[in-house]
Write a protein that binds this ligand. Sequence first.
Ligand code: AMP
Ligand code: MG
Length: 340
Amino acid sequence: MQTRILKVSSKNPSLSQIRKAARIIKSGGLVAFPTETVYGLGANALDSKSVRKIFEAKGRPSDNPLIIHISDIAELGILAENIPSTAFDLIEKFWPGPLTLVLKKSKIVPKIVTGGLDSVAVRMPKNKVALELIRLCGTPIAAPSANIAGRPSPTRAEHVSEDLNGKISMILDGGPTKIGIESTVIDLSSKTPMLLRPGGITIEQLQKILGKISIHPIVFGKKTKTIIRSPGMKYRHYSPKAKIILIEGSKPKIRKKISELSKYYKSQGLRVGILGANIGSDLTKSQASQQKIAASLFKSFREFDAKKIDIILAQGTSNKGLGLGIMNRLGKAAYKKIRV
Ligand code: AMP
Ligand code: MG
């Protein structure tokens, strides 16, 4: 299969380009498209056959559910049942945006989309290309990140092409994505809201609206006996080919450890990359720097791979704000964690 790449501005998108992509999705094919978080690999969410192609193209395990993307709130009522009022409070504040709601699924949603679960994950993305694409398709779009399963999520069209060229019909190239890590996933399908994945909307922002939120232990990478509410959680994710060693603790100690380890691995003839320590003087100093880290994290993973780096020494950051999402991604990708 040949993969067509169409450039389209995320600020002021050409509808004629997006119409070509919509035609592909309506006829059962796959299109990768930009969102404000990462690039998504989209198919008609209400058609099992189309959705199956997503799992095949990515090599994604069939019990790892997909997020359904909508462009109009009316579509939520078709996909979900027993929607609590808190969902609408969140929607009012954060949609369109990087927040995914897990709700009880309606019958119309094929089981293949939810990995066999009775719940469904839904979000309205903020990128104009994504919104227009969904609108022109006239159907909700199921879309996981547009990478080969286990690889870092793509934040540029070139990353999608690296992983999926020849396996999908089209890539809409809307330039680099703004946020750079995936959406926050919150489960509202039982009594206390539960954070399943930290992301673009911070837990502090959610707490302002919801009050108490429980955090699934797996968010911190803890092994757990509690039921895995989201099967996707059990997979190691976001990994570059290089081995990541995540170093947490006080900053001066982290620096010292990084320099020690760097010398050691280099003496072993390995190629070493350093992540974080070279970004400004203080990773946690400001929100601005966290936004920058999030926006470039997956790109850095891929760049290290292109440079054939063997070991990435990554500096840990705080779990506050966007930091929780960043640390979750680093933790999931890490081969080893060291506390100093
Ligand atoms: P991706 O778009 O590749 O980042 O993957 C989507 C993620 O959304 C999955 O890995 C799950 O963590 C989450 N998700 C999707 N559907 C559900 C659901 N019904 N219940 C819980 N989590 C879900
Ligand atoms: Mg993914």
